[in-house]
Design a protein around this ligand. Structure first.
Ligand code: FAD
Length: 317
């Protein structure tokens, strides 16, 4: 079977969970071949990639790959697509992954699909479009399919692969080196998982009522090991930082569980969360549109419901 190239997302030598998800998807479609871009691959990282099915691991360890923003990654993948006759390329549908996908599509004269939430035989991708109102199945009909898959679209399942390592030397064009990274600032990370990667997200909206009250949402998130999200009404009011806004003009999340507390369910909010596997809504208005989307709904005051839920979860630990 042909290689399915999976661009590895990694930080400080660690493979991110989304890559394990992509390898899991790739296994059902061909031979998963992980592509490690940049220096710093570790024995643990290789073992992890093999554990989740990477038959091959292409390592392009040159610092040049990461010192010039995203263009070199697209050139690396283009080289591998041509050299290894790859059947498809999977990347994470992160901001960077989607930019790499777009550039790669131009370089290889191929079609690209972004924000896939599922992938099946024949590289048919599931997408949720028009603000989440329509689900479509799409397939690339030109060149090598390039598909950006949202984090949490599938559960990562281990199944050992050979993990055969191959060094790759890349000839970067001058154009790819036009922009240089001059400084890296480490983002202060809290104890909570990253919003777009979290398996569980607890979000609060205008119903939370104030910045102080967001501690109720954070309490439930911490009990569940979840990330905290917010509606635009909450971020615009200054109750929670904008980087946590979920929706059309915020982050897109696709967790296993999404809990929306005091959020009405406007189309722009749905656009960012409606591909969550299970949606729980807590709202005091039984007519709130969020209940049309929710798998489970609690009609009640979040200030009573959420602390009780947190307490119950803590008791079971
Ligand atoms: C171009 C554009 C882009 C946008 N992008 C986004 C986006 O990315 N993300 C986003 O979220 N919005 C976005 N919006 C805004 C969106 O249209 C809504 O205005 C917003 O999502 C509403 O937020 P909300 O549900 O928190 O507030 P509201 O719509 O005011 O709903 C609050 C809900 O809380 C409930 N409630 C109140 N008190 C309680 C309580 N004590 N307990 C339980 N429930 C309670 C109410 O019944 C109500 O349903 C965008 C709008 C536009 C025009």
């Amino acid at each position: 079977m042909s290689d399915i190239l999976v661009l590895v997302e990694h930080a400080e030598g660690e493979v991110k969970k989304v890559t394990l998800e992509l390898l899991t998807l790739a296994r059902s479609l061909g031979t998963p071949a992980a592509v490690w871009a940049g220096p710093g691959i570790t024995a643990e990282a290789k073992a992890r990639l093999a554990e989740y099915g990477a038959e091959k691991i292409y390592v392009a360890g040159s610092a040049d790959i990461v010192d010039h923003v995203v263009a070199p990654k697209a050139e690396l993948l283009a080289q591998l697509v041509a050299g290894k006759s790859a059947a498809a390329v999977l990347v994470a549908a992160t901001a960077e992954g989607k930019e790499v996908a777009g550039r790669l599509a131009v370089k290889t004269d191929s079609g690209v699909i972004t924000d896939a939430v599922g992938l099946s035989e024949g590289f048919v991708a599931d997408q949720s479009i028009f603000g989440g109102g329509v689900n479509v199945h799409s397939r690339v009909r030109k060149g090598t399919p390039i598909i950006a898959v949202r984090p949490n679209s599938t559960a990562p399942v281990p199944a050992a692969g050979a993990g055969a390592e191959e060094e790759v030397a890349v000839e970067l064009s001058d154009v790819a080196k036009a922009a240089r990274v001059v400084e890296r600032v480490k983002q202060e990370k809290g104890a909570r998982p990253e919003l777009t990667e979290a398996a569980i997200v607890v979000s609060g909206g205008r119903g939370v009522g104030s910045a102080e009250n967001f501690s109720v949402i954070e309490g439930l998130a911490d009990a569940l090991g979840a990330a905290v999200g917010a509606s635009r009404a909450a971020t615009d009011a200054g109750w929670y930082p904008h980087q946590f806004q979920v929706g059309q003009t915020g982050k897109t999340v696709s967790p296993q569980l999404y809990i929306a507390a005091g959020i009405s369910g406007a189309i722009q909010h749905r656009a960012g969360m409606q591909t969550a596997k299970t949606i729980v809504a807590i709202n005091k208005d039984p007519e709130a549109p969020i209940f049309e989307l929710a798998d489970y709904g609690v009609v009640g005051d979040l200030h009573q419901v959420v602390p009780q839920l947190t307490e119950e979860i803590d008791k079971r630990k």
